[in-house]
Design a protein around this ligand. Structure first.
Ligand code: ARG
Length: 415
């Protein structure tokens, strides 16, 4: 690294190297043009006169986190039929606040896996233009799904003729929808391989798209340079999605031992949202989640946690993703503890939200590590998250691309 070139520095009391898992003490991180340019022990470095050093000597510093499964345009407090009254413009504006809250929680990158009417693309572009703060975004645009499936909307009776924008049936229709998403700026494809919890009239266990349709989606998306995420709870859909070549299976709640082995063989990442169950079952009635959905959550919630343990033990690549938007944005960090409950070490959960997420999002050279050349996406907590992973629920410092978005509470700093 080139400390001479640094525009400013961070002095990290402790710094996690996510690639090796080692903790380095008393480091000086040099930053220029939004990227890290140097990392070195403070003793070996000389800070040129007048160059600012951000003091995080009392903090534990790590790379900004990634949540690979969010819906920033989705308001968790509006559920069931009430959601039908929310247009995509209102959803996009809600997303402004969700983006800010997500960034403030230490999540400097998200993969937004589906939004109405391309609202997520507007959000991404506005954040990139600097209109308001928010995380880096990978965006899926309209989620693809079969007629009447989890990625459709089945709340209204037939005379309204309502359906979600990404509904497409048949191999050529799904290819067309992939192309439409690309046309408007999506960089990721999301489709529904099974029914879901929050949708009306869908069975979590049943497969939705056929293998032929899934293969068409994956082949088209990969040919056009986009990664593919498949929503799947039931094992029939999980197996087909893995065989079709998806990059990640979302939820994976009812995955069988055979499909766990298959995911390992194919190198498929599993993005298992093991926190959200607490919110759905805890708040569901109050906020108007359909009784049908609560019933489905009771069936899949605990099994998903048991299966995270099995998949992790079998060596499947686990990537952090939480389905924020089904629960309130900014509480993403609560999932770390649930992942530790399922047998992952705190370090493994952090790697799931940094280096492994970076790889899934095709940003392995840009995010997930604090090292020369990587974006200066850097967060800090007080206390050691490798000893107590719940430290990640209250992030004290957030920098994205070299810009500070949150600084430690002054009261806590002065003794
Ligand atoms: N969006 C997902 C669905 O509706 C949420 C699943 C939440 N439940 C869970 N145990 N992860 O299917």
């Amino acid at each position: 690294g080139d400390a001479e070139a640094a525009e400013h520095f961070i002095h990290a009391g402790h710094m996690l190297d996510t690639a090796t898992g080692s903790v380095l003490d008393d480091q000086l991180i040099g930053i220029a043009n939004g990227r890290v340019v140097s990392v070195a022990p403070r003793g070996d470095s000389r800070v040129p006169e007048g160059v600012r050093v951000i003091d995080l000597a009392d903090h534990f510093v790590l790379p900004g986190l990634t949540d690979a499964h969010v819906h920033l345009t989705s308001d968790a407090t509006i559920q069931g039929h009430t959601r039908l009254g929310r247009g995509s413009h209102r959803a996009a504006l809600f997303g402004v606040r969700a983006a800010r809250d997500t960034l403030a929680a230490g999540f400097t990158t998200v993969r937004n896996v589906g939004a109405p009417n391309f609202a997520d693309l507007a959000l991404r572009d506005a954040i990139e233009a600097g209109d308001f703060p928010g995380p880096r975004m990978r965006v899926a645009g309209k989620s693809l799904g079969m007629t009447g499936g989890h990625c459709d909307n089945n709340l209204l009776p037939p005379e309204f003729g309502h359906r979600s924008g990404g509904v497409a049936d048949g191999p050529w229709a799904v290819r067309e929808q992939v192309r439409k998403n690309l046309k408007y700026g999506a960089d990721t494809i999301k489709f529904c391989a099974t029914g879901g919890v929050m949708s009306k009239g869908t069975a979590t266990g049943a497969r939705q798209y056929t293998l032929e349709e899934m293969q068409a989606i994956v082949e088209e998306a990969h040919a056009l340079g986009m990664r593919v995420a498949a929503h799947a709870h039931g094992d029939a859909g999980i197996e087909l999605a893995i065989r079709a070549g998806v990059d990640s299976v979302e939820h994976a709640s009812l995955i069988s031992p055979a499909s766990i082995a298959l995911a390992r063989e194919y190198g498929t990442a599993l993005v298992m949202d093991v926190y959200v169950s607490d919110y759905i079952l805890g708040m569901g009635e109050e906020i108007g989640i359909l009784e049908e959905s609560l019933e489905k959550e009771r069936e899949v919630g605990q099994t998903q946690r048991d299966n995270l343990r099995r998949a992790h033990e079998a060596g499947v690549r686990i990537v952090f993703g939480s389905d924020a938007g089904v629960y309130p944005h900014g509480q993403n960090g609560k999932q770390f503890e649930r992942m530790v409950d399922a047998g992952m070490t705190p370090l493994e959960t952090i790697q799931a939200a940094t280096i492994h997420a970076a790889e899934l999002l095709d940003w392995a050279e840009d995010i997930g590590r604090i090292a020369p050349g990587f974006h200066a996406d850097i967060i800090a907590v007080s206390g050691n998250p490798l000893e107590d992973v719940t430290k990640l629920e209250s992030v004290a410092f957030v920098m994205k691309g070299g810009v500070e978005h949150k600084v430690p509470d002054a009261k806590k700093l002065s003794p």
